[in-house]
Design a binder for this molecule. Structure first.
Ligand code: HEC
Length: 122
């Protein structure tokens, strides 16, 4: 019985640690859903209508990147660039740079680069 109790306790502890480690991070799956949803940011166009499956954004989430470009200009943060695409391209409303939605979209954009690394030839 004691072993079982210890096992259960350590299981509970790892579940707890896992959720702490991921709290505050973004969810790439949710980000992808937002990315494909025309109404996600109160607008009428989805991100994927211009960036199908995130194409062209594979490098946007890379560590050490310092500027991002879209047709409205050059920006110093990924969050700002996304908000400009939201307001100018999706015709939606800019979202809080610290919001969960922003984190999710960024997690999705970062996952695009990881997919690229996994593919042969890179
Ligand atoms: C009307 C078309 C359009 C829509 C809709 C759009 N974008 Fe863009 N976006 C562009 C264009 C054009 C660029 C310039 C770079 C390119 O050609 O991919 C760009 C650039 C970007 C960049 C910077 C690329 C880099 O690394 O310098 C990011 C990040 C981005 N878009 C994210 C988004 C997100 C997230 C959405 C949805 C909220 C979105 N875009 C919606 C057209 C669009």
């Amino acid at each position: 019985m004691k072993i079982l109790k210890t096992l259960l306790m350590s299981l509970a502890a790892s579940v707890f640690l896992f959720s702490v480690a991921f709290a505050g991070g973004g969810d790439a799956e949710k980000g992808k859903a937002l990315f494909n949803d025309p109404k996600a940011f109160g607008g009428s166009t989805s991100c994927s209508s211009c960036h199908p499956d995130g194409k062209g954004l594979e490098k946007s989430g890379m560590e050490g990147k310092k500027d991002w470009k879209n047709p409205a200009g050059t920006f110093k943060s990924l969050e700002e660039t996304i908000n400009v695409c939201i307001t100018m391209a999706n015709k939606g409303k800019a979202i809080d740079t610290k919001s969960q939605e922003m984190k999710d979209v960024i997690a999705y954009i970062k996952s695009l680069g990881k997919e690229m690394k996994k593919a042969p030839g890179y």
